[in-house]
Design a protein around this ligand. Structure first.
Ligand SMILES: *[C@@H]1O[C@H](CO)[C@@H](O)[C@H](O)[C@H]1NC(C)=O
Ligand SMILES: *[C@@H]1O[C@H](CO)[C@@H](O)[C@H](O)[C@H]1NC(C)=O
Ligand SMILES: *[C@@H]1O[C@H](CO)[C@@H](O)[C@H](O)[C@H]1NC(C)=O
Ligand SMILES: *[C@@H]1O[C@H](CO)[C@@H](O)[C@H](O)[C@H]1NC(C)=O
Ligand SMILES: *[C@@H]1O[C@H](CO)[C@@H](O)[C@H](O)[C@H]1NC(C)=O
Ligand SMILES: *[C@@H]1O[C@H](CO)[C@@H](O)[C@H](O)[C@H]1NC(C)=O
Ligand SMILES: *[C@@H]1O[C@H](CO)[C@@H](O)[C@H](O)[C@H]1NC(C)=O
Length: 521
């Protein structure tokens, strides 16, 4: 295929992302570690209170799994209102694969083995729908790699048949091999939307998050399988993101536009933020450094993005100056709006601060956690909305009072069983040991349980600010299993090697779908 000149730019950085790892690479050498970790009360996990909460989350997991297993398995999702099945993720059993690591951490042996029996039977080449490289990577590939890491490591006693553990890696390899033609573009920036039947693609641009949220899973697969091609494919793509071009697509140092032409590798806009479409690119910059401290270049890009976020995107609503939100941007113009999806940002700042030993990131992350907590406590259901804004010039008349009290107004009132707010409570708790965050996660969980429970499971709802949640959308997302139930459980659960370390030395790192992956040794 024709190679374009922008490749030269990528090639300069390729060398820094291409290396053979010495086997004795030290883990997460705490280069900047000056954080005082002795503040705050002692952890309250292990108290009877936390144990009973953790068990209540396991009970909800069992209810959700039973509904799915009875009415939808091995389809992708349960439609709980009328007990039917949905296949929004190519029909390979998305909820099952996404539930595996949660079932493992909860010690739900029967469910673990039901899932392990299914995975070897999946034929990745069979699907009638478009395949998303990003969604398939974070849910299926991430789910299987995490299952493999846990079952070939600390949870090996949970598998009835060791052959099913080996099959996790074999199936991850099969899946990656089916997906890998996505990278056969002129630039090496992959297509996202694939047609397996024809080895085709939809010809459209790709995005920052969908390109930038592959590297952890594909590098892990390279390390586990020994096939270096997986690493070189994602390194080549990542190079366009860490040295973005044109310069106008980086309106603030480290903060980028969203859309990328896969022919040229050039960005085509300068819009973005920590919102959907960009979000997990930033998340993975620091997580790759946790995975392997030799990703210093990605760490430095995270620091640049974090510093610019603090300097340029920090926003306090006029009606609630005590709250801190992160604005989105179009060029250097700020857009005073955000999303439930973006509420992972507090947790990511906290994680970065812990790992780098830089307290200002932890404190900033904790402020963002307060803001996202407010989006939950302000509504009639106690659940935060899908989208919200705080632009004082655009407040809808019928939300004026709400805006005055809450500091934001709702621009999309649905709730899709998303995890990000509870995810950030989890990181806040792990960093501070302050039981306030356990309480917040529990209150959110109780509200979600009360509002979204229907029929044989749990469903997305249409209106978080109606006392009953509005209508049920009749859809139980696979990330309900992977993320909401996992973070709600882990924040109350006992200490374990996969829990995020208070001291910034992590043995596991969670992918963006909350699948814990063992860091590189
Ligand atoms: C169940 O609900 C889904 C989605 O709301 C709908 O598409 C489907 O036709 C329904 N099936 C039955 C059998 O009612
Ligand atoms: C795609 O996956 C299937 C198994 O699901 C495997 O038989 C096939 O070889 C894979 N294709 C490639 C190109 O690896
Ligand atoms: C390594 O992965 C690439 C990309 O999927 C694949 O084409 C190649 O066959 C694999 N190599 C081996 C030795 O399996
Ligand atoms: C990407 O860039 C190529 C080469 O400049 C151009 O022909 C193509 O139309 C662009 N693609 C999109 C989707 O804009
Ligand atoms: C506010 O008004 C809009 C437009 O008329 C309407 O769609 C919305 O439901 C109203 N919201 C509330 C909270 O009353
Ligand atoms: C909200 O505050 C603004 C500015 O102080 C005020 O003009 C408006 O009347 C208030 N809205 C309500 C419903 O109290
Ligand atoms: C969840 O809801 C069910 C009823 O739908 C209830 O029995 C259970 O106690 C609730 N759990 C929590 C943690 O609120």
């Amino acid at each position: 295929m024709t190679r374009f000149t922008s490749l030269a730019l990528g090639a300069a950085f390729l060398s820094s992302l291409t290396y053979a790892l010495p086997s004795n690479t030290p883990l997460n050498t705490p280069r900047y570690n000056n954080v005082k970790n002795n503040c705050g009360p002692p952890p309250s996990y292990g108290t009877p209170h936390a144990i009973s909460r953790a068990q209540a989350v396991v009970d909800v997991f069992k209810t959700s799994w039973d509904g799915y297993y009875t009415y939808a398995f091995p389809s992708d999702e349960l439609e709980p209102v009328n007990n039917t099945a949905s296949n929004s993720r190519n029909g390979w059993g998305a909820s099952a694969v996404d539930a595996l690591s949660t079932a493992l951490l909860m010690g739900e042996t029967e469910t673990v083995n039901q899932i392990l029996e299914h995975i070897p039977t999946i034929d990745w080449s069979q699907t009638s729908d478009e395949v998303s490289l990003f969604e398939t990577t974070i849910r299926y590939l991430g789910g299987m790699l995490s299952g493999y890491d846990l079952l070939s490591g600390p949870l090996s006693h949970l598998a009835d048949d060791p052959a099913n553990v080996d099959a996790l890696l074999a199936q991850a390899i099969n899946l990656a091999n089916n997906l890998s033609y996505a990278f056969e573009t002129p630039s090496g920036v992959p297509w996202n939307n694939l047609d397996f039947a024809t080895r085709g693609n939809d010809g459209s641009e790709n995005g920052l998050a969908t390109v930038g949220t592959l590297i952890l899973e594909w590098v892990r697969l390279a390390d586990l399988s020994g096939n270096e091609t997986y690493r070189s494919l994602v390194h080549k793509a990542e190079n366009y993101l860490i040295a973005p071009s044109p310069a106008s697509s980086e309106p603030f140092p480290g903060l980028l536009g969203t859309n990328i032409n896969v022919t040229t590798g050039l960005f085509t806009d300068a819009k973005g933020g920590w919102v959907g479409g960009s979000d997990s690119f930033y998340e993975y910059l620091i997580k790759m450094y946790i995975y392997n401290p030799r990703y210093e270049l990605l760490r430095d890009r995270w620091i640049a993005a974090a510093d610019s976020t603090i300097k340029y995107l920090t926003s306090h609503p006029v009606s609630r100056p005590d709250l801190t939100f992160v604005a989105a941007y179009d060029g250097t113009t700020l857009r005073l709006r955000s999303q439930h999806l973006a509420c992972f940002d507090g947790g990511n700042f906290i994680l970065g601060g812990q790992v780098l030993g830089i307290e200002k990131y932890i404190n900033y992350g904790l402020a963002l956690v307060e803001g996202c907590h407010d989006t939950y406590t302000s509504t009639a259901t106690g659940i935060g909305p899908e989208q919200f804004a705080w632009d004082p010039t655009s407040v809808p008349a019928n939300q004026s009072g709400f805006f005055n009290t809450s500091g934001f107004y709702i621009t999309d009132p649905s709730y899709d069983l998303r995890p990000e707010v509870i995810e950030s409570f989890y990181y806040a708790y792990r960093a501070t040991s302050d039981p306030k965050y356990q309480d917040w996660a529990w209150e959110a969980f109780v509200a979600i349980n009360a509002t979204t429970r229907v029929g044989s499971g749990y469903s997305a709802i249409t209106n978080v600010n109606a006392p009953d949640g509005g209508d049920f959308s009749n859809f139980q997302e696979s990330f309900w299993f992977a993320e909401v139930l996992k973070y709600s459980y882990l924040i109350q659960a006992p200490e374990a090697e996969w829990q995020v370390s208070k001291y910034g030395k992590n043995e596991w790192v969670f992918n963006t779908e909350a699948h814990p992956v063992r860091v590189s040794h």
